[in-house]
Design a protein around this ligand. Structure first.
Ligand code: G1P
Length: 292
């Protein structure tokens, strides 16, 4: 089986849930503690051994590409001022990955965003990582999934149990457990209407895909919301070659949602090496004051 070298990261979404914050900056550039959310995603990809990132972008998203590029003026300025720590930090971000950008010319859905990467990914397996889903884990989530892919040799989607009354917000899988945390997928439903599935296994934004997904995407018609859904193409892939779902170990935050974003901020602040201790004391005092 060929080593996985590429990660597709769709970043073309308009970020309407965060307006007005996202009127002039991409939602992926919103900060959690001291880094834009997209940097956490890229760090997870790099920690999983992948260096080539295919960004699926749209107009107004160039700040993301700039973030991972050298900033010549800034670097000269920092060098002249002797701010070598900061210089190293900004250089480090650019050196993390090789970026290729592909434009998604129209917002036709997640499946479409993956489909437009075909000319650069071609005929090799790859991962897809969605920026809204931040996963804090001892072993990076993408790495965990690569292990499952190696073992089962078929495409893998990350899943997590969610309360049944929230299932309609996700792609849901039904399947048979075949190993600890691993299911052989028997059915996939994107955003099921309440009562149409008893499964609480929701797809979270991490996928390891065999290249045959592109053939399926070509056959996929618009689904829920009139969009070309990756979940529908995955159902085609399941029928053609089989598909596994993996219940990853770690905490997931929906950074595309205001509440999830706040939870991510608190969690990453508590885990921050310099800020964590002080922030914990602050939260304790805050909670004590709230209880009074
Ligand atoms: C997308 C997928 C969905 C998945 C979700 C995870 O939905 O279509 O299957 O459960 O990401 O975050 P979206 O959040 O873009 O509506």
């Amino acid at each position: 089986m060929m080593k996985i070298r590429k990660a597709v990261v769709p970043v073309a979404g308009l970020g309407t849930r965060f307006l007005p914050a996202t009127k002039a900056i991409p939602k992926e550039m919103l900060t959690v503690v001291d880094r834009p959310t997209i940097q956490y995603i890229v760090e997870e990809i790099v920690a999983s051994g992948i260096k080539e990132v295919v960004l699926v972008t749209a107009s107004g998203k160039s700040a993301i590409e700039d973030h991972f590029d050298y900033s010549y003026e800034l670097e000269i300025f920092l060098a002249q001022k002797g701010k070598l720590d900061l210089l190293q930090e900004v250089r480090h971000i650019s050196d993390l990955i090789e970026v290729v950008s592909v434009r998604q010319k129209e917002p036709l859905g997640l499946g479409h965003a993956v489909k437009v990467t075909e000319p650069v990914v071609c005929n090799e397996p790859f991962v897809v990582v969605l920026g809204d889903d931040m996963v804090d884990a001892k072993v990076p989530c993408v790495f965990q999934m690569l292990k499952v892919f190696e073992e089962f040799q078929q495409s893998v989607v990350a899943v997590q149990k969610v309360p049944l009354d929230e299932a309609h917000r996700y792609g849901i899988i039904e399947g048979k457990k075949v190993a600890e945390g691993v299911y052989k997928v028997e059915r996939l439903i994107e955003k099921p209407a309440p009562g149409t599935s008893k499964s609480d296994l929701a797809i979270i934004g991490r996928y390891v895909l065999r290249p045959e997904i592109y053939g399926c995407l070509h056959k996929t018609l618009p689904g829920v919301g009139g969009e070309i859904q990756l979940t529908d193409a995955l159902d085609c892939l399941r029928k053609e070659q089989g598909l596994y779902a993996y219940e990853f170990k770690g905490s997931r935050y929906d950074a595309g949602d205001k509440m999830g974003y706040l939870q991510a901020t608190v969690n990453y602040a508590l885990a921050h090496p310099d800020l964590g201790g002080k922030f914990k004391e602050y939260l304790k005092k805050l909670v004590a004051d709230l209880d009074d």
